[in-house]
Design a protein around this ligand. Structure first.
Ligand code: NAP
Ligand code: GDD
Length: 343
């Protein structure tokens, strides 16, 4: 039987790598559409042992010709747009390029779908960051958006333009509103990976302490491997719709740090308040975690917790991994593979 063709943009990232792995297992011909890099950006594919099973194509969300070239070369069944400038903190420093890539980049792709291959099924990586500081107890598909970063504003443009093209041109375009999801393959600058990586280094006496920003921001953290399943399921439906993907549990950065400190068997306690709050070693009284104001954001999202009820009912999807299991997976990986190149 002829293999289905899937394009995955941002395949070199965390989600892209797990999604490619999943699609290969499902016997798709997978086109990994990535921008050229002067550094090794295939380390995740090598780790998952999928690098020799992918077809690589040069692609940049800022370069329309590179997108058109994909539509000229392949008869595409499914198109997953995971590429983005995805780091919220960086979006405050590079708001223009974030808008251009994370926002307008989506329009470049779906305009090609409309013009070249209107039968393509398209997945857009929308984000819980779009909710900003919602005052509700949880967020779902009906919650009002209130973006608090240039990244979130750009994602909201991508979200709305996807819905607009779906309705205006009757195309199969879906957005997954995914809440934070983590894994051993997470980029180093995101808070969960930073906590795990730096505390493992402290444990091994390769680093004196970890520095964090806002300890009290709360996030709904799931496991990336569970979440890429949901992306695929959305494109298998008859009717394109948007879905929230989350765990419906919310924990603070401090709580996540506690889980990692405990998993690494540190004998510690928290002392001080505000900017002076610290986790210290009970015996030596040396700091294990300190606050550094430079990691605070100009505008923060304080609380996220998603309801995945619609995904559970319609996609038969549910999160399978608890936060404690997630921490164990990440800590075990870091202890074993800390020299594995990740960026
Ligand atoms: P990630 O690890 O940062 O991966 C992002 C990917 O986008 C990387 O492959 C990156 O390539 C690529 N990229 C960046 N700029 C590009 C450009 N101009 N042209 C082409 N590719 C470009 O992010 P992730 O965690 O896997 O997330 C995947 C997607 O889901 C992103 O769109 C993110 O915003 C969204 N999302 C993530 C979460 C989450 O919690 N992980 C939640 C909601 C939504 P390089 O390797 O060259 O940098
Ligand atoms: N990165 C980072 N570094 N965050 C810190 C730190 C630190 O040292 N200290 C505290 N935090 C807080 C941030 O202020 C934020 O409230 C929270 O930890 C999570 O930060 P990140 O892990 O950087 O993730 P994010 O929530 O900003 O964004 C991620 O999730 C979004 C979905 O809600 C990214 O994956 C986005 O691409 C994604 O859309």
């Amino acid at each position: 039987m002829k293999k289905k063709i899937a394009i995955v943009t941002g395949s070199s990232g965390q989600d892209g790598s797990y999604l490619c792995e999943l699609l290969i297992k499902k016997s798709y011909k997978v086109i990994a559409a990535d921008r050229r890099s002067s550094r090794d950006n295939k380390w995740r594919h090598k780790f998952l042992k999928i690098d020799d099973k992918l077809i690589y194509e040069d692609f940049d969300l800022g370069d329309l010709n590179s997108i058109v070239a994909l539509f000229r070369k392949y008869k595409i069944d499914e198109f997953y747009n995971l590429a983005a400038q995805s780091f919220v903190a960086a979006s405050f420093k590079t708001p223009l390029s974030t808008s251009e890539i994370t926002g307008i980049g989506v329009l470049r792709i779906i305009d090609c779908i409309k013009n070249y291959q209107p039968k393509v099924k398209f997945y857009q990586a929308s984000s819980s960051e779009m909710y900003g500081n919602s005052k509700l107890k949880f967020q779902d598909e009906y919650t009002k958006f209130n973006p608090r970063s240039p990244y979130a504003v750009a994602k909201l443009f991508g979200h709305h333009i996807t819905k607009n093209y779906r309705e205006a041109y009757n195309l199969f375009l879906c957005s997954g509103i995914l809440f934070n999801h983590e894994s051993p393959l997470r980029g180093d600058e995101f808070v969960t990976k930073k906590i795990v990586k730096h505390l493992v280094e402290v444990k091994k006496k390769e680093r004196s302490h970890l520095e964090l920003g806002n300890l009290y921001a709360k996030r709904d953290w799931g496991y990336a491997k569970d979440y890429v399943q949901a992306m695929w399921l959305m494109l298998q439906k008859k009717i394109p719709e948007d879905y929230v993907i989350a765990t419906n549990k919310s924990h603070s950065v401090k709580f996540f740090s506690d889980l990692v400190l405990k998993a690494l068997k540190f004998n510690y306690k928290w002392v001080g308040k505000g900017i002076n709050e610290k986790a210290i070693d009970k015996l030596t009284r040396k700091p294990l975690i300190k606050i550094n104001k430079k990691f605070y954001r100009p505008a923060e999202v304080n609380f996220l917790k998603g309801s995945y009820k619609k995904a559970k009912n319609q996609l038969k999807w549910r999160p399978k991994t608890s936060i404690k299991e997630l921490v164990k997976i990440m800590v075990d990986f870091e202890l074993k593979n800390s020299s594995y190149k990740n960026s």
